[in-house]
Design a protein around this ligand. Sequence first.
Ligand code: 5GP
Length: 203
Amino acid sequence: METQKQNKSGLLIILSGPSGVGKGTVRRLVMADKSLNLHYSVSMTTRSPRDREVNGRDYFFVTEKEFIEHIENKDFLEYARFVDNYYGTPKHYVDKLLEEGKNVFLEIEVQGAMKAMQLYHGEGLTSIFLVPPSFEELESRIRHRRSETEEVIHERLSKAQKEMGMKYHYDYCVLNDSVQRAANEIKKIIKQAIKSHQERMSK
Ligand code: 5GP
């Protein structure tokens, strides 16, 4: 198995969870805590921007041809196909930040998360899975977004069910019963993980 050489000093934090669980909102609350020294890695995707999404802030929106070129150039730390689109984490940017001792936050789906976990192999990585209060709640959140066709909503819901089964592969599961509570719990987890990681690095 290929593993990443651990000469890095930052911590890699992965947040996953089914579509519609509220990862984006929780992530923004967590990122707002400057004491954690977190840097969000903006992913690349072939999906079209939703209302209010900004290129370079929410995603780097690219064509499928461009994305495939990046795959061929081995530019991704991980990438996955999710409901007919590609999503990937830029490797060079993340590794550079980690080498500089910065903590990098990835918000990615489960297949990509499994690849990143393999690559960073426990050390220097903390993974968190955000769980919805119920499946009904998840469906209602996806529907209220009103940005997708019925077909895409169905695909996202069936994907969500499969993704829920992967939660046991993560270090922590956090229930998103309230975004503020979930964000506070995640901040605590990250604080503790940074502390343990720094202690390990200084040995
Ligand atoms: P959405 O289209 O709702 O923005 O994202 C769909 C799924 O792709 C979400 O679960 C999101 O976390 C995930 N995702 C976003 N960026 C990446 C990435 O770089 N890699 C992977 N594997 N998944 C991503």
